[in-house]
Design a protein around this ligand. Sequence first.
Ligand code: PLP
Length: 480
Amino acid sequence: MIYRSTRSHGHEVTAAQAIVQGLAPDGGLFVPKEFPAAFTPAGLQELFALPYQELAKSILERFLPDYSSQQLEAIVQGAYGSQWDDDRITPLTTEKAGSHYLELFHGPTLAFKDVALQCLPRLMKTALANSADQRGIVILTATSGDTGTAAMRGFQALEKTRVIVFYPYQGVAPIQLKQMLSENSANTVAVAVEGNFDQAQSRVKQIFNDPDMNSLLAQHDLTFSSANSMNIGRLLPQVVYYFAAYGQLLDQGAIKPGDPVNFSVPTGNFGDILAGYYAKKLGLPVGRLICASNKNNVLTDFFKTGKYDKKRDFYVTNSPSMDILVSSNLERLLFDLCQDPDLVKSLMEQLTSKGEYQLPEEMRAKLDGFWADYATPEEIEGEIKRVHQESGYVIDPHTAVASLAAKHFKEQVAAPGPTVVLSTASPFKFPETVYHAISGQAVKEKGLPALKQLTDLVGSLPPAMEAFLGRSSQEIVIPA
Ligand SMILES: *Cc1c(COP(=O)(O)O)cnc(C)c1O
């Protein structure tokens, strides 16, 4: 299968090359030149009977034909092994009031990013081995919080790879910061940038495409790659859990084969929700995809008006992993809607030069599989409190955004089928907000003391979190 750039003709590569390169040389993103065929209803039923690892393999092999069956087997077994604290990998919890939450945070860093970042390093390593590429890889990644830690963990001690993570100085939550700094190791480092996530992300893209930087790396037998969701190798593993959710709903008897299921997705860089769109294209009966944003609600406006306008205030909110105004993966959706790289290139150029673009009407008409909503920081706290009061279930601020959007969707849209809320982080990573939401009181001190207070209030700490608590943490700060 061939991958191509969203922004021009002529950058055609294999899946393995797309994964090693991360970004296309023209600044576009790699997408399948021809999307794999959808599963038949009978094929889907077979998938739902599989354990997560085999499900992952069945889906990945549709996109990655240049990996052998044995290689994919080793990759999925390694990526989804005992480092997960639940053997369903992404368990679906149906709380007392009947809402479904797909918990994506049972991996080694308690972040949904682990689903992809336990897999991506293995995909890269195999890609390099297959192409007899002797170069080492320098992974550059911008993070709004969770990607950093998950990438550092995923690539830790992997031969011939180094990871440099850039995060917005004072723009990530205290526990996230503590966790990220404690992942510093011989081949991984996190660096604070005096700017916001969008600045960090656009600098990373610039460095990637900088000829001088690239020739300097080449002299040292190194090449850049990306662990952001701009990398197709990070996106594909995320398609899997939509199928896993559907299978669990079938097991529960909540749906019958073929019934539509809606998914409410807390959205930042548009990777998670795009994976849901890909799942739908593969034949999964997905009803509506609910794009849930926080106060940085550029996507809500986009889905309502067809105009993407990033010229607005940037808010640092209580759901920092979604504090994003330029959602990179939307570019892949745009390409899918028009199949026209010249048009995508022109829209992306307008976004850079004018800060906005308007979708042509024909493309806008194709967005009806999506529904969009957003939540303010106060509404987020209200939703955490509501869910806890109604069912005793504790959700994190990002999940709360999607949970509230799902509630509004149910109230405002007569859509068939249940709605699954994608739960992207453990509530223990954001103890300040969660504690305040549930108890009505501020924590005495941020970070670890807040974590202790939350634990006392709602229950015990996940073991993976205890592991990093004692480690030292020194920030490196650079100008934007
Ligand atoms: C990354 C992240 C998101 C947003 O996912 P995207 O793929 O960037 O849209 C939501 N919640 C949490 C906790 C995250 O870490």
